[in-house]
Design a protein around this ligand. Structure first.
Ligand SMILES: N[C@@H](CCC(=O)N[C@@H](CS)C(=O)NCC(=O)O)C(=O)O
Length: 210
């Protein structure tokens, strides 16, 4: 029995797949198409009633949802992967920044990508999208300012880095121009360093071509 990731390419499923690859785990990737709205269809709602991806099926058959819980589950089960530092103070910082991204940034992604789920289409939706992008950018700048370089933590690569790289690659969500305007050079270097990691590079290329 292997792990099975449910999700689409380019989505939060990247974090699950990159974590499993870093851990050297066997896994299968089951595509749930965002374009076809399959995350809202009964077959997927039976896996994750919240209609969000990713979901991870454990070898036992249990389902884990929420990208943060998935990444931490993988880090715990493959302790030798170094996805979480052994030192408890360093680990606390990895957990801090992972939680910050999952709870302060990721929820803004839905608002930026689908503002008309929250307010009527048109000017209200445009204004809301802009606000959500501002929040994401403010929060990315907080990480930019504490980032040790090349990774978030001085002790080295952790799961927080692969999670940050994924968010940084959601260019349309954040705003391409802002990203290209030089506000977050350390985070962009981190994103490139994550993309170049030997176990992640082929996964990055599948999720984020071009
Ligand atoms: N809190 C969830 C958020 C996941 C999420 O928003 N995933 C997006 C793809 S990146 C999704 O499933 N969107 C589909 C939708 O909102 O309909 C997590 O961390 O796993």
């Amino acid at each position: 029995m292997t792990y099975t990731i449910y999700g689409d390419l380019g989505s939060g499923a990247f974090s699950a797949e990159a974590a499993l690859a870093e851990a050297g785990a066997d896994y299968a990737f089951h595509t749930v198409s965002l374009e076809r709205n399959e995350q809202r269809k009964p077959a997927y709602l039976a896996i994750n009633p919240s209609g969000k991806m990713p979901a991870l099926k454990l070898p036992s058959g249990e389902i884990v949802t929420e990208s943060l819980a998935i990444v931490l589950t993988i880090a715990e089960r493959f302790a030798q992967s170094g996805l979480l530092p052994v030192d408890l103070d360093e680990r606390a910082q990895a957990l801090r920044w992972l939680s910050f991204m999952a709870s302060e940034i990721y929820p803004m992604v839905e608002i930026s990508d689908y503002p008309d789920r929250f307010v009527p289409k048109g000017d209200a939706a445009k204004a809301l999208k802009q606000k959500a992008q501002e929040r994401i950018r403010e929060r990315l700048l907080i990480i930019e300012n504490v980032l040790a370089g090349p990774w978030i933590l001085e002790c080295g690569f952790t799961a927080a880095d692969l999670y940050a790289a994924m968010i940084l690659r959601w260019r349309a969500t954040i705003g391409r121009e802002w990203l290209e305007d030089g506000h977050v050079p350390k985070l962009l270097a981190l994103r490139n360093a994550v993309a170049a990691r030997p176990r992640i590079a082929p996964i990055w290329a599948r999720h984020f071509p071009n």
